[in-house]
Design a protein around this ligand. Structure first.
Ligand SMILES: [Zn+2]
Length: 215
C-alpha cells in the first residue's frame, strides 16, 4: 500500500503520527503523511519526521520517499511524529490557488494561451505563456475578475476523480473544474489580495508573477 496522503484529506493538519514502513539508509517511507512532496509545480513542505529534518521529499509513482537528516536509529514499524512548517505550507496553498485562478481566467478570457511552465514557491507563483506583446495588458481585467472570485469567498471542492490512480481535481461550482494533485485551500477568500507583475522572459514568451498582497 502506498502512503496514505492525509495532506489531501486534511490540508490544514500540521502534525500527525505515522508508522515507518521501510528504511533504506536515510530514505524512509510512511504508512500515512501530511508532508507534501513536490508535484504539479508546488514545492515540497519543510519540516521534520521523528525530529529529523527532511532534506528531500520525492514522489515515485504513488509512493513518497523521504530523505531525513542522519544519523538516525529509526526502524521499520516505529511510530514517528511528522511536523510541517505551516507558515510555508499555507503560503504555498494560497499562492497555488491564486495561480489556479489566474490561469483559468487567462484561458477563458484570452483564447486559451499556451502555458509553457509554472512554479509555486513561498514568495511568489509564476506562470509562463507563449504570448505576443506585453502580457501586462491583461492585468486590469484578470485582477478585477480574480478579486471578484476571492471577495466572494467561494467554496473550493477538492476530490478524487480516480481514487485508485490517485488523480485529483478542484472545483468551484459555476467557475471551473480542473485536474490537480496539489494541496488546496477551502475558500477563495483565504487568498486575500493578489498583485500581478510582468516578466518578459524572451521573444514571444511572457511570465506572470503572482504575489500575495499584503504579504
Ligand atoms: Zn492545484
Amino acid at each position: 500500500m502506498p502512503v496514505e496522503k492525509i495532506f489531501w484529506k486534511d490540508p490544514y493538519l500540521t502534525k500527525l503520527n505515522a508508522k515507518v514502513t521501510s528504511i533504506d539508509g536515510n530514505v524512509i517511507t510512511l504508512d500515512k503523511s501530511i508532508f507534501f512532496a513536490v508535484s504539479g509545480g508546488q514545492d515540497s513542505d519543510s519540516g521534520t519526521i521523528g525530529a529529523h529534518r527532511v532534506i528531500d521529499a520525492r514522489k515515485v509513482s504513488l509512493e513518497i520517499l523521504y530523505t531525513i537528516e542522519g544519523p538516525h536509529t529509526l526502524q521499520r514499524g516505529d511510530e514517528v511524529l511528522i511536523e510541517i512548517d505551516w507558515e510555508k505550507r499555507y503560503r504555498l496553498m494560497r499562492l497555488h490557488f491564486a495561480a489556479e485562478i489566474v490561469l483559468e481566467l487567462m484561458y477563458r478570457n484570452y483564447q486559451h494561451p499556451v502555458k509553457i511552465g509554472a512554479n509555486i514557491s513561498v514568495d511568489k507563483a509564476r506562470i509562463d505563456f507563449i504570448w505576443q506583446g506585453n502580457i501586462s495588458e491583461t492585468f486590469p481585467l484578470i485582477e478585477k475578475k480574480a478579486s471578484l472570485l476571492i471577495d466572494s469567498n467561494l467554496p473550493i471542492i477538492s476530490e478524487f476523480s480516480d481514487s485508485i490512480r490517485e488523480e485529483r481535481y478542484w472545483e468551484i461550482e459555476g467557475f471551473a473544474k480542473v485536474a490537480c494533485g496539489g494541496t488546496h485551500i477551502r475558500h477563495t477568500g483565504e487568498i486575500n489580495t493578489i498583485r500581478l507583475k510582468r516578466n518578459n522572459i524572451g521573444k514571444g514568451k511572457e511570465r506572470i508573477e503572482i504575489y500575495l498582497d499584503p504579504d
